[in-house]
Write a protein that binds this ligand. Structure first.
Ligand SMILES: Nc1ncnc2c1ncn2[C@@H]1O[C@H](COP(=O)(O)OP(=O)(O)OP(=O)(O)O)[C@@H](O)[C@H]1O
Ligand SMILES: [Mg+2]
Length: 342
């Protein structure tokens, strides 16, 4: 994961800006944003983020969807003063993050990928001192902390030691802390990674509630369902680059199929793929590992028995079949030839 850079304020002066202000509706902007980490111990350097251009609009939930190592945390790191870009610009509100990190910090709230709650403080104190750190008076910070504990169903945990919290509760405290100073933009890095399904849904409700109140949110995830269900727009990211960017429906529509049939079979899947494509049912196929995906127009009704019969006739024995509509995983596979989680 990306390194923290507490000395961001003393980083190199920014290159002359090609952009003086961002348009009223865009509150996050990356322009040619690049981070190259030097290789350590003879290892080659890593271009974690590669010439990224991105604009996030006010009030939207924007998702960065990508597998491990795609560059999501590094992108968030550069937008939140934690990682100093190698080149390019990161802008939040109308503030250049590298040039004015202290100002940028006032505009943003960040929930990092790892638990950064202060273990020496109670849940309430984690919130209260965050408010104080951001310049809020004692009374205002106490009121805001109490209000958020109520809202996020953490009231009875106010005095608890943070080590005693479940993963879902800790994550809700981190979100509460991140929004306590009323930031214009909230960054959530893998907000539900490792949470059980119930805690995940509880956190989704928190995020949707914030969205309904107009909060701009950039979240990263490697869960396609999360990107699909929560985000207004999704950028699919791999190897530091954005491969596609649209609404979830737009991305899924780009596949040009209504049904995906995933098959596992004994034998040469590439040969089976050719066989299926030669018929008039399947428009396209993709083989990843031991799974063959066949894409069709229309529903699987009628097509599936025909498909299995033709495989059978050619001597392939099908061991597993599943039928779905195309998902964001389908889009990722069609763009990269690999699965999101390998
Ligand atoms: N401090 C660092 N030093 C060297 N390489 C790094 C550093 N931080 C990240 N990287 C590398 O940069 C690439 C992108 O990492 P990053 O953490 O941004 O990915 P990610 O999309 O957030 O992945 P994950 O889903 O695992 O959180 C990876 O190859 C990673 O190993
Ligand atoms: Mg990450």
């Amino acid at each position: 994961m990306a390194s923290e850079a507490p000395n961001a304020a003393t980083g190199p002066p920014p290159a002359p800006s090609p952009v003086t202000a961002i348009t009223g509706t865009e509150v996050i902007r990356c322009i040619g944003l690049t981070k190259q980490f030097p290789g350590r111990g003879g290892a080659p350097s890593v271009k974690a983020v590669d010439n990224l251009d991105l604009a996030v609009r006010k009030g939207e939930i924007f998702g960065l969807l990508g597998p491990n190592g795609a560059g999501k945390t590094t992108t968030v790191g550069m937008l939140t003063t934690r990682v100093i870009p190698t080149s390019g610009q990161a802008i939040v509100g109308d503030i250049d993050v590298v040039a004015e990190p202290a100002l940028a910090k006032q505009l943003i709230g960040v929930v990092p990928q790892v638990n950064t709650l202060d273990r020496s403080l109670t849940v309430f104190e984690n919130l209260y001192f965050h408010g104080r750190y951001f310049g809020m008076g004692a009374k205002a910070s106490r009121a805001a902390a109490n209000e958020l504990l109520e809202r996020f169903k953490l009231r009875d945990r106010a005095k608890a030691d943070t080590l005693t919290l479940s993963g879902g509760m800790a994550q809700r405290v981190m979100v509460a802390r991140a929004i306590l100073h009323k930031p214009a933009i909230l960054f959530l890095d893998e907000p539900t990674a490792g949470l059980d399904p119930q805690s995940r849904i509880a956190l989704w409700e928190v995020v949707q509630d914030l969205h309904a109140q107009g909060q701009t949110i950039l979240l990263t995830t490697h869960y396609m369902e999360e990107a699909d269900q929560l985000c207004d727009r999704v950028a699919i990211m791999d190897h530091g680059k954005i491969l596609a960017l649209d609404t979830a429906d737009g991305l899924k529509g780009s596949i040009g199929a209504d049904t995906e049939i995933a098959l596992q079979a004994d034998g040469d899947l590439d040969a089976l793929a050719k066989l299926l494509e030669a018929g008039d049912t399947v428009t396209r196929t993709q083989v990843t590992g031991n799974v063959l995906r066949a894409y069709l127009r229309g529903s699987a009704h009628g097509a599936l028995p025909r498909l299995i019969a033709s495989a059978d006739d050619a001597g392939f024995s099908i061991t597993d079949v599943s039928v779905t509509e195309p998902t964001l995983e389908t889009v990722f596979i069609s763009l990269t030839g690999k699965e999101l989680r390998e």
